[in-house]
Design a protein around this ligand. Sequence first.
Ligand SMILES: Cc1cc2nc3c(=O)[nH]c(=O)nc-3n(C[C@H](O)[C@H](O)[C@H](O)COP(=O)(O)OP(=O)(O)OC[C@H]3O[C@@H](n4cnc5c(N)ncnc54)[C@H](O)[C@@H]3O)c2cc1C
Length: 303
Amino acid sequence: MADALVIGAGLIGACVARLLAEAGRSVTVMTAQGVADGATRRAVGVAMADPQRSERSEPGLRELLDWATRLRVPFREVAARWLPREGAVRLDDPAERVEQRPAALIDLVALSVRLLNHPAISLRQRIEARGLSRVGAQPLSPLEAVVSGERLLGDRVILATNAYAGLISPYLADAITLARGAVWVSRPLDPGELPALSQPVVVGHGRILAAQHADGRARVGAWRWEGAGEDPDDVTRRFIKHNFPEALDEIAYRQTGVTSVSRDGEPLVGQLPGEIGVLYALAAGPFGAAWAMPMAHRVLGLW
Ligand SMILES: Cc1cc2nc3c(=O)[nH]c(=O)nc-3n(C[C@H](O)[C@H](O)[C@H](O)COP(=O)(O)OP(=O)(O)OC[C@H]3O[C@@H](n4cnc5c(N)ncnc54)[C@H](O)[C@@H]3O)c2cc1C
């Protein structure tokens, strides 16, 4: 039996598992699909501090880049432009530039995979937890994930299941709200084809992100919280049409994703009420890359 059973192998679960392993714990990670096959794979891939909470999240960005360096995951440090008004932005006009923030373009999937590559971490993919149960009658008895066909046990369980946490705990269903996102991905563009995207662009306080990655593909994404705001597809289309209409013809495909956000936008890390030993790390929000390591440290602090 492992010291910790982490459910969910997105970026947050990978960071939690790695820090626990580095702290000398044995860790089993189980995940419903492959590693990072949830919101982490669908992200635009801009790692930058949360614009609403930049002072607290910026150290997390630096720490993530330290890990990427240590694990040899390539990334490019850049300054993200933060532009004032969605859908009404001329990228070639320096007067429109409000400010620049440190950011990096990073492969969050590769980083998650390498974080999980540690001798103290055992990874089980394509297994979905349908619930949790205790192995014994005592409140401190080990916990077991309810899965078909086998038993996965941990002294403690960490739920890093993002948007799906509510399926395991009604308390968490009430604590999170869902954000649905759409990311439009271009064919590989030659350098200079979209000069405005030489730096990532952030619009509408982070409701729209646009960036061109090392593979030459431009990715433009937007999301909306449950019940509020415009359809992210419409926002994205309008943004591209207004700012670089020539790119509309270059869109190769569109991907959608669901992620979790708390009611006040703060990431959620805590102990599940009434369930000793069950911790959660959820609602990293649209700037999850910068929050991932701070959230993982908070899990360790609750140990
Ligand atoms: C469109 C879009 C664009 C984004 N762009 C950016 C960006 O550019 N920069 C940025 O920093 N952030 C971005 N984000 C946010 C970022 O994707 C998330 O904050 C981050 O990926 C959350 O990671 P996670 O590990 O919590 O969730 P996920 O990556 O969703 O991982 C959760 C995992 O848990 C597994 N799981 C769920 N339930 C169970 C179960 N019962 N049993 C077993 N496994 C289970 C899932 O299969 C999944 O793999 C974006 C989000 C969206 C939707």
